[in-house]
Each structure stands twice: as C-alpha cells, then as structure tokens.
Design a protein around this ligand. Structure first.
Ligand code: FES
Length: 126
C-alpha cells in the first residue's frame, strides 16, 4: 500500500533532528490525529542552507517530512514556500488517500518556519 519511496524515507529518514541556532522554526499539530511536527531552517543568501525536523507523527508523517526536507534543501525561500502536500506526495510516488492528511503536517510546518524566518528578518530591520 505504500510506495518503495515512502518505505525508504520511513526507514531511513533524512534530516532528522534540531537546529539550535535556526533562522526559522515552525511547529504545527495535525487536527485530524493530534500528531505534532517541528521544522527548523537555516537560511544563507536567500536559500535553505540546512533544514531538520522532529515529529511525533506516524510513519507517513516521517516519510513526508523527510521528503519535504529533501525538496526544500538548497531552494530559495520563495521556492520552498511553494512546496505543497501534493508536491511532497508526488515526489514519494503517491500516498494512500487516508494518509494525505499526514503530509499536511510537513508542508505546514515548513511554511510556518518560513513565516517565522521572514518575521525575524523584519524585526532585524527595525
Ligand atoms: Fe498523524 Fe499521520 S496519523 S500524522
């Protein structure tokens, strides 16, 4: 029921952990199941130079977060902000429909981390 890519990212998740001096941090909860996700980003010259995640989510949440970090790494902040749950699911060769809500967690946490980064940049300008 899961694609090989989902299983691979679930068994060997990329970029798990925390970034202590992150430029942006985003935490979201999934209203469907109550699971939690935090994404940390480090930005250099307008690009995502490092990204890590921590989750108390299910296997699909782990796989989608892992793929989200791979998709976002090296992208400009604007490009990364356009990553949707659909682009993550496509990159994983699809997700079972009942598990699509899990991929919300990863893309939403990424968008929150970018929002946090932008807010901090604005504050620095003041
Ligand atoms: Fe909660 Fe998948 S069941 S994130």
């Amino acid at each position: 029921m899961y694609s090989d890519k989902v299983m691979d990212h679930f068994k060997n998740p990329r970029n798990v952990g925390e970034i202590g001096d992150a430029d942006g941090v985003g935490t979201v909860g999934n209203p469907v199941c109550g699971d939690m996700m935090t994404m940390y980003i480090k930005v250099k010259d307008g690009k995502i130079a490092d990204i890590k995640f921590k989750t108390y989510g299910c296997g699909a949440a782990i796989a989608t977060s892992s793929m989200t970090t791979e998709l976002a790494m090296g992208k400009t902040v604007e490009e990364a902000d356009k990553i949707t749950r659909q682009s993550v699911a496509n990159a994983l060769d699809g997700l079972p429909p009942v598990k699509m809500h899990c991929s919300n967690l990863a893309s939403d946490a990424l968008h929150e981390a970018i929002k946090d980064y932008k807010k901090k940049q604005e504050e620095k300008k003041k």
